[in-house]
Design a protein around this ligand. Sequence first.
Ligand code: TRP
Length: 359
Amino acid sequence: MTTITATTTTTTTAEPRSPENHAAELEHRIARDPGSFRVLTGDRPTGSLHLGHYFGSLRNRVRLQDLGVDVIVLIPDYQVITDRDTAERLAEYTDGLLLDYLALGIDPARSTVFCHSAVPALNQLMLPFLSLVSVAELNRNPTVKDEIAHSRQSTVSGLMLTYPVHQAADILSCKGNLVPVGRDQAPHLEVTRTIARRFNERYGRVFPEPDILLSAAPLLLGTDGTKMSKSRANSVPLSATADETARLIKGATTDADRLITYDPGARPNVSSLVLLAALCLDRDPHEVAAEIGDGGAAALKRTVTDAVNTHLAPFRARRAEYAKDLTYVRSVLRAGNERANALAEATLDEVREAMGAFR
Ligand code: TRP
């Protein structure tokens, strides 16, 4: 087998590296030359975005956009059927995501929002990409294994097993080189990097090897004490009203100790609430806990509710304004789809050419 050495502008070391250490170095490079980065990231339209998304990733996207990075947000509608038979309420959830993005400050003049189903060239990359990974590699992906374990389906679909390959198509169709996601997505990013590297080795350099940018924000727990998730009915949606927010936080699991402390190891539920207030108030969680003192869970929940509602009030006001003009909101997606089509078609042309295929 002939191996073509890829000439790359990014590092191609094969040794495992710590994504945490890597994040600091990446931030320096972003600050120096934001224009050399293109972010590709997204949220499956399976529910409402919540506070966990906000502090874990949404805020960061707006920050990167404002630094001058080219931010592309994908609404992966096709991937909804990875672990369910049909895509329910797809149009409603897609509108909701668009409203959230716009209200949070994603600026359509600088950033792009698009969806899978509108970009055929992206999906065509699946075929050459599937040839670059082995079944054994797909079978060992820990995040896929976890999704299979939690799936509501009794059999594992081919789409589930090849999900990381489709995600590689998402990222590489636009030649994204920076992917800001949570830790659970690291194995998927490795698949993307592997596919990019193998394609480049086999056919000549077409793709960047994208870097993962791990979110620094710690995980927020849902109101039931497990990971906050849009499909588990344990989240505080960004779009909730102030009253709904109060009710949801009131129902959150706590413990019987009246003295409020910040100790995530020993008191995960109470600490997650303290952290949520601290993030909203931009304060140290130990200080927030100390101020509540021996007020117990009721005082803690009052503090959290006020902090969340105050922090989100401007966002919610903007969201309500956008909701009055869905024609405009949907036009943002249409324009984004157009740009994503242009990018993905150009990439597919390069892929065909590199593979020596007819056009
Ligand atoms: N897999 C991501 C998730 O479950 C969503 C996603 C789809 C994504 N395509 C992507 C994230 C491309 C980053 C880049 O949250």
